[in-house]
Design a protein around this ligand. Structure first.
Ligand code: ATP
Length: 300
């Protein structure tokens, strides 16, 4: 049997850092949104023992440094599964871009291995295991619109965010998440986004208030280091975005548009220009229903 899964990227509609903790992690408050930009993962049983991963991205590890292998190994060890696995990962989500691509791959692999071996773990049980791989993995199992607190693993599902057109652009640079958090002066931040106000706007279905409350404190580190991020934001605003912001620790920038024509024009301008290397025109992905329904509707 072979399973095919979609590992979907996320953007942050809001990202606040409350404090640096003694263990080196940070306490965060983030509004998360899944978007229709995904890696494809195929998982099949194999006669050879172990986990064999192949991917279309030459520089990614294919051993247990890859989050896909770690996710598969985690469940196989727990359930004593000795069957070999063949996994094919086709990456379309830019790597080290603030889009949680690796975490999304890990989440899809947990869902896939659970299904392939009939382990019958619920979504919540997969989320609990996911945090051992990375703080964003439980959210990537949940998907949709959510408030993430703690290190990102304390999740509250929100109603679907009001639908807007998304233009996503990543400049040709890699930004390490560790670099950004190491250089963040969490105690000295002058302004914080009002995450509660943004959550309220989403609960009320108020698109205008939701975009007005967009803010990401990590921009204070990443933008001075890479001013091209600000240039992309300015380009999106000139093209008619209702707002534009960096996602996660960057360097990806997204612009939200209420008119499709403007989104298309912004996409075209960025795709033809030199500021960004990867440019996408996409939408919010709305999770919903049970994991079984998601499987039936081919949403994984
Ligand atoms: P986040 O938003 O969670 O910080 P990111 O989008 O910035 O994540 P990723 O694309 O998830 O970053 O990758 C970060 C690092 O993780 C990469 O440099 C890569 O070496 C490693 N990695 C391990 N497995 C994967 C995977 N399946 N896909 C992408 N990167 C992976």
């Amino acid at each position: 049997m072979e399973l095919k899964l979609k590992a979907m990227a996320k953007i942050n509609l809001g990202l606040d850092v409350l404090r640096r903790r003694d263990d080196g992690y940070h306490d965060l408050r983030m509004v998360m949104q899944t978007i229709y930009l995904y890696d494809r993962i195929e998982i099949a049983e194999s006669n050879e023992p172990g986990i064999r991963l192949v991917t279309n991205v030459g520089y990614l590890p294919v051993n247990e440094d890859n989050l896909v292998c770690r996710a598969a190994r985690l469940l196989m060890d727990e359930f004593g599964i000795e069957q070999g696995l063949r996994i094919r990962l086709r990456k379309y989500i830019p790597v080290a871009a603030g889009l949680a691509g690796g975490s999304a791959d890990a989440a899809a692999t947990l869902v896939g291995v659970n299904r392939l071996f009939g382990l019958k773990l619920s979504r919540e049980e997969l989320m609990k295991r996911g945090v051992k791989i990375g703080a964003d993995v439980p959210y990537c199992v949940m998907r949709g619109t959510a408030l993430a607190e703690g290190i990102g693993d304390v999740l509250t599902r929100l109603p679907n965010a009001p639908d807007l057109h998304v233009v996503l652009a990543k400049p040709p640079i890699h930004v390490s998440t560790a670099f950004v958090y190491k250089n963040l002066r969490a105690d000295e931040l002058k302004t914080h986004p009002d995450i509660d106000a943004q959550v309220r706007a989403i609960r009320e279905g108020d698109a205008r208030a939701m975009v007005e409350q967009m803010g990401n404190v990590l921009e204070t580190v990443t933008i001075p280091a890479y001013p091209v991020i600000d240039e992309i934001k300015a380009c999106m605003m000139r093209a008619g975005a209702v707002n534009a912001m960096m996602s996660g620790s960057g360097p990806s920038v997204f612009g939200l548009f209420d008119e499709e024509d403007r989104a298309k024009a912004a996409y075209k301008e960025l795709a033809e220009g030199s500021l960004a290397r990867n440019v996408y025109l996409t939408r919010f992905f709305h999770a919903g229903g049970t994991a079984a329904e998601a499987a039936r509707r081919n949403l994984w």
